[in-house]
Ligand binder design. Structure first.
Ligand code: AMP
Length: 183
């Protein structure tokens, strides 16, 4: 099973991804976490992407795709994969489809966390104050919509889940959405 969790910064994507991973025993592949580790370790990639990430911009597709190309095979060896923070552009989505097709796999479903803009801004500002993380950009927002359209057009199930409320309540909605999609 290949699933994608999709949501803007501040949507609770990271929290929910960890819970989905534990509940459904999926290999959790987070491009944001991989990139942050590269920055911390001061690798070549880390030096290249540090400033981009701090500005809240998207890291170039080539870098992201090459990271996923390296990491995906070990994740695909298990019962399922949860992709977190990837793909974020249509170009990345196309590359992912190609990589998966090589193994006879495909994206089974996308969980898109939906949180109203004003709530996101509020959460992001609070997080920026605590973690020093930057804002989302308009380009990134538009690109996310294109990615969802891309999957819808391909007939991949996109489950839009209300991301408001307590993490437990949101997770319950995700569980229901996954239950429906596996029937
Ligand atoms: P995240 O933890 O998913 O919010 O990612 C943190 C930051 O890493 C993002 O703001 C981007 O700068 C970068 N990043 C993570 N995943 C991607 C991706 N798939 N494409 C481009 N940039 C990414």
């Amino acid at each position: 099973m290949i699933a994608i969790i999709f949501g803007p910064p501040g949507s609770g994507k990271g929290t929910q991804a960890t819970r989905i991973e534990q509940e459904f025993h999926l290999a959790h592949l987070s491009t944001g976490a991989i990139l942050r580790a590269e920055v911390t370790r001061g690798t070549e990639i880390g030096k290249e992407v540090g400033r981009i990430m701090a500005a809240g911009d998207l890291v170039p597709d080539e870098i992201i795709v090459s990271i996923v190309r390296q990491r995906l095979p070990e994740s695909e060896a298990g019962p399922g994969v949860l992709l977190d923070g990837f793909p974020r552009t249509v170009e990345q989505a196309r590359s992912l489809d190609e990589m998966l097709a090589e193994e006879g796999h495909r994206v089974d479903f996308v969980i898109a966390l939906d949180v109203p803009e004003d709530v996101l801004v509020d959460r992001i500002l609070r997080r920026a104050a605590v973690e020093g993380r930057a804002d989302d950009t308009e380009d990134a927002i538009a690109e996310r919509m294109h990615v969802l359209d891309y999957y819808r057009q391909k007939g991949v199930r996109v489950e839009v889940v209300d991301g408001m409320g307590e993490p437990d309540a949101v997770f319950e909605r995700i569980r229901e959405a996954i239950g429906i999609s596996s029937r």
